[in-house]
Design a protein around this ligand. Structure first.
Ligand code: 8YV
Length: 331
């Protein structure tokens, strides 16, 4: 029996490649080259499946040249790299990797919040530079986490994980804003109260962004929103680049309009707005919120299992456009 051909678009665990090879003819990018859209399209034109990592754009223009493609499995919960409507129109199943990274990503949201509010990296740079010569009453005095007000914008699975940590672990007052209000039972489990975006920005000591990226959420935080925040507030973005207007944020940090920011994601990453690199009151990390070994393994397994389930049995574990499965069965 001929085996389906698949492409693994980035370097990934060797064990994942081996697992995929038991089912498919695999072309992989273990050299971890960064391919242009046309290089990716060229490699996909004879493939039935793609293992993607959240960074490869899959849209109508690419799909027009990939007549055999049946599934793209993203090793990420976010899927703004997929044009899901175009994929559905081309009969290509889209899958993502939800749930397996929720707690790890929520942990990291807190790590970044604490590092930012307590000025961990700024003070470490000071120490490493040999500048620590005496005690000083206000040296790297930051803001408290415990007992403060945490504002969460985007209250999906990860947002709820951050709310639970804040309310139950740190005795924070938790307020949230979301497209739709959560059920009262979930609000109670998270210890969180629904407020308008404006009230959240005005009252929160710490604002954490966990909202998915879309045209509607582009620049959820820009100059006007930063102006509403307390001058003592911190802002943390573990959602996506583009949710924050990075140029406006760099200016607000420079002007001390807000106290500090922690950013794991950036507009146009892996490039970072140059002004963010020059302000001291920002903690910058290279999109690592889900990066623990067990979680990245679980994400890779889920993406691989989606490819195996769909291309060998016509099923999927975490489909984003399940109508494609029914349409494929009917034809
Ligand atoms: C991925 C993420 O590592 O799952 C997501 O949505 O942001 C991360 O866990 C990232 O998408 C890789 O590009």
């Amino acid at each position: 029996m001929t085996r389906a051909k698949i492409l693994v678009a980035r370097a990934i665990f060797p064990e994942t490649i081996e697992k995929l090879k038991t089912h498919f003819e695999v072309e992989s990018n273990q050299a971890d080259e960064t391919w242009s859209p046309s290089q990716l399209a060229d490699r996909l034109k004879d493939k039935a499946g793609a293992f993607t990592t959240g960074t490869e754009r899959i849209d109508g223009a690419l799909l027009d040249g990939c007549p055999h493609l049946r599934i793209c499995a993203n090793m990420a919960v976010g899927y703004n790299n997929f044009d899901v409507d175009a994929m559905t129109a081309h009969g290509v199943l889209a899958t993502n990797a939800p749930d397996v990274l929720t707690e790890t990503t929520a942990d990291f949201g807190f790590a970044l919040l604490m590092a930012t509010a307590r000025r961990v990296t700024e003070s470490e740079h000071f120490l490493r530079a040999g500048k620590w010569t005496k005690w000083s009453y206000d040296m790297f005095a930051g803001s408290d986490i415990h007992g403060s007000t945490l504002g969460i914008i985007g209250m999906g699975r990860i947002g709820q994980g951050i709310a639970r940590r804040g309310a139950m672990g740190f005795g924070m007052k938790v307020v949230y804003h979301n497209r739709s209000r959560l059920d009262a039972a979930i609000e109670a489990q998270c210890g969180a109260t629904y407020v308008s975006k404006e009230e959240l920005l005005r009252t929160a000591d710490h604002v954490v962004l966990v909202v998915p990226y879309s045209a509607a959420s582009h620049h959820t935080i820009g100059e006007a929103e930063l102006a509403l925040m307390k001058p003592t507030a911190t802002l943390v973005n573990i959602a996506r680049g583009g949710i924050v207007d990075d140029a406006a944020l760099a200016k607000a940090l420079k002007d001390k309009r807000i106290a500090a920011a922690g950013l794991d994601v950036f507009e146009g990453e892996p490039k970072v707005h140059p002004d963010l690199l020059t302000v001291p009151n920002v903690v910058l990390t290279p999109h690592i919120a889900s990066a623990t070994v067990p979680t990245r393994r679980a994400m890779a397994d889920l993406a691989a299992d989606n490819l195996i389930a769909y291309l060998t049995r016509g099923e999927a574990l975490t489909p984003l456009n399940p109508a494609v499965i029914g349409a494929a069965k009917a034809s």
